[in-house]
Design a binder for this molecule. Structure first.
Ligand SMILES: *Cc1c(COP(=O)(O)O)cnc(C)c1O
Length: 429
């Protein structure tokens, strides 16, 4: 079933470290050979062996309207003929910035970059430059890309591979990153008290999506906002995953919380490599060339990336009912999976919000990295492979969120639930 993928993976391992260009793709935590994709359309991905999968990663978010969404493909084709890059400003960049500012609350200026990593790295530098302070507070199991400052107790691939401290990140850099459990306000208060006038920023995933999908408990985000206000700390909401996904204005809109800086990635590029950071004019004008905090990019604001993102964002902006429908699809899938897993007598927790969800095999609620790590991740491994063989592509790690796309139909949901039933029967047999 996976012959060609297996052959390709062997070749890939000779020329690409671990055979992949981003660690989670390698299936290390679930074992086995990663599946090499050939093309995708709507809710389905097709691998090099001709197998079809109902896709629940959707490129880790960007494919919110499904793969090869026609208006995006057409726009890319048209703009490619105008040149794939100028290295000079374009009208399109202004149009994109205006659209983003109109969709997202509490931002007046936006700077485009090329990935979520760059967005978070630059937002932190800006917070440091703006406050004149060095330290940052982050949460265990939250992932803000692979910049040095964030590779302390990080989620996503760092958690998947069980890496405790990352070789190559100097102790001096790591010392400025303070880490506390998600959903634990008293721990944040204590850190702030212990480090008076030293914390530049608190950065948080407003819904954690890099240790499974974990929701903020009531009062958590409000409490962080409050701590930042009282202590002159810049509140950074990392909306790389949640931006344009939980609502058109992201988690800020959904939870009605104001961030000082917001970071974006994933959906913002419509599947092209794009990130952005944004905020109030007063802070953003510290960025070069308006201010002295240096940040730059040869391909930033790239026209092909901009038109792909713009086309996708414009659709989301003009059809807010997409979010209601996404939520309905997700709820239907969650209900179906709960009943399938329940019928099989498997203890489970299904966390979900909007079009993000995750399944954990545990009898207690999953609220932070410790609880996510304590779930039966060996069962997840078997579940993952059983589902893969039945044509359902789940995230290859229990420490990742599932993403539902608008291309997913009721028949796909039914197919997935049936696959879950059959998978559990096969596992128990
Ligand atoms: C994916 C992700 C990043 C990193 O984005 P890249 O484009 O992979 O560099 C940062 N923060 C969050 C919350 C993410 O989910």
């Amino acid at each position: 079933m996976f012959t060609k993928s297996q052959a390709l993976f062997e070749k890939a391992n000779q020329v690409i470290p671990g055979g992949v260009n981003s660690p989670v793709r390698a299936f290390r935590s679930v074992g086995g050979t990663p599946v090499f994709m050939q093309h995708a359309k709507g809710a389905y991905m097709y691998d090099v062996d001709g197998n079809r999968y109902v896709d629940y990663i959707n490129s880790w978010g960007p494919m919110i309207l499904g793969h090869a969404y026609e208006p995006v493909v057409k726009a890319i084709q048209e703009y490619a003929t105008y040149s794939t890059s100028f290295g000079a400003p374009t009208e399109l960049e202004v149009t994109v910035a205006e659209l983003i500012i109109s969709m997202v609350p509490n931002i007046e200026m936006v700077r485009m970059v090329n990935s979520g990593t760059e967005a978070c790295m630059s937002a932190l530098r800006l917070a440091r430059g703006y406050t004149g302070r060095n330290k940052v507070i982050k949460f265990e199991g939250n992932y803000h890309g692979h910049a040095d400052s964030f590779l302390v107790s990080a989620g996503s691939g760092v958690a998947t591979l069980g890496i405790q401290s990352v070789p190559g990140v100097t102790a001096a850099v790591a010392e400025d990153t303070l880490s506390v459990p998600y959903n634990n306000l008293p721990a944040v208060e204590q850190l702030v008290a212990e480090n008076p006038d030293q914390i530049a920023a608190i950065i948080v995933e407003p819904v954690a999506g890099n240790m499974g999908c974990i929701l903020p408990q009531a009062g958590f985000l409000e409490g962080l906002r409050d701590i930042c206000d009282k202590n002159g700390i810049v509140f950074i909401m990392d909306e790389v995953m949640t931006g344009f996904r939980l609502a058109k204005g992201g988690a800020q809109e959904l939870f009605n919380i104001k961030a000082d800086l917001v970071t974006f990635g994933k959906i913002i590029g419509g599947g092209m490599p794009v990130g952005a950071f944004a905020g109030k004019r007063e802070i953003m004008e510290h960025i070069a060339p308006a201010g002295k905090v240096y940040q730059a990019g040869t391909l930033s604001g790239n026209p092909i990336a901009m038109i792909a993102g713009y086309t996708l964002l414009k659709t989301l902006n003009e059809h807010p009912n997409i979010y209601t429908q996404l939520e309905e699809k997700t709820s239907a899938l969650v209900a179906g999976l709960r009943s399938a897993l329940g019928a099989a007598g498997v203890v489970h927790q299904v966390n979900h919000i909007g079009s993000m969800m995750s399944v954990h095999f545990a009898e207690y609620p999953i609220v932070d990295f410790t609880s996510a790590s304590g779930a039966n991740n060996e069962l997840f491994r078997r579940f993952f492979h059983a589902m893969l063989e039945k044509g359902v592509y789940l995230p290859p790690s229990a420490f990742e969120s599932w993403f539902i796309s608008h291309a997913l139909g009721q028949e796909d949901i039914d197919f997935t639930v049936e696959a879950a039933k059959a998978s559990m029967q096969a596992i128990k047999a």
